[in-house]
Ligand binder design. Structure first.
Ligand SMILES: Nc1ncnc2c1ncn2[C@@H]1O[C@H](COP(=O)(O)OP(=O)(O)OP(=O)(O)O)[C@@H](O)[C@H]1O
Length: 196
């Protein structure tokens, strides 16, 4: 008998470079047609190759602010001149298609979703140490020195916040990838209410 899957979206957070993407992409690969990454709204312009409704819902600033005024966002933020947000309707539509929606968001977004009372499960991915986090960020080769320092500073804030009781349902230390993956998989597929 197929196990009952918890219908609540999975909110994954943790410092940049800790391996969130690596872990949930493994989940997607190993369990096809089971998960879907949440599609955010943004007011920034599409980059070449980005499709509306696939990578983002591209909207005007006016449309974004209207949805925000209607309390339509689970969480939203401004980076530079651009607005970003996760709409409640998007999550509900994606969930209705039978997939578990995965949200990859940062700490401010986690706080907002918690405050909204929207049913969700919260997983925090922690590094084995701050030194190892720095090694991974540098090893990925995607960031400038300035960006690495900014991310490491933000990581300290996120790691502090992860210690606040009652925020996360599960904290997984991403030391050995396969070991951490198994822990994530077990948590994700646990029977609803099994841990309640
Ligand atoms: N358990 C692990 N052991 C060693 N290296 C790892 C492990 N998990 C991930 N990595 C490596 O760490 C780097 C950062 O991983 P990833 O890009 O998945 O991080 P992220 O948390 O999604 O970052 P961001 O929030 O910036 O997108 C990658 O080069 C990845 O291959």
């Amino acid at each position: 008998m197929a196990p009952t899957r918890d219908p609540r979206p999975l909110v994954i957070s943790g410092p940049s470079g800790v391996g969130k993407g690596t872990l949930y992409n493994l989940l997607f690969q190993r369990h096809p047609d089971t998960f879907t990454l949440s599609v955010s709204h943004t007011t920034r312009r599409p980059r070449p190759g980005e499709q509306d409704g696939v990578h983002y819902h591209f909207v005007t600033k006016e449309q974004f602010l209207e949805l925000k005024a209607q309390n339509g966002f689970l969480e939203n933020a401004q980076f530079g001149d651009n607005f970003y947000g996760t709409s409640k309707a998007t999550i509900e539509e994606q969930t209705a298609k039978g997939r578990t929606v995965v949200l990859d968001i940062e700490v401010e977004g986690v706080k907002q979703i918690r405050a909204s009372g929207f049913p969700a499960r919260y997983v925090f991915i922690a590094p084995p140490s701050e030194e190892e986090l720095e090694r991974r960020l540098r090893g990925r080769g995607t960031e400038t020195e300035e960006s690495i320092l900014k991310r490491l500073k933000q990581a300290k804030v996120e790691l502090e916040y992860s210690k606040v009781p009652g925020i996360h349902d599960k904290i997984i230390v991403n030391d050995d990838l396969e070991r951490a993956y198994k822990e994530l998989e077990e948590f994700v597929f646990a029977e609803p209410n099994a841990s309640a």
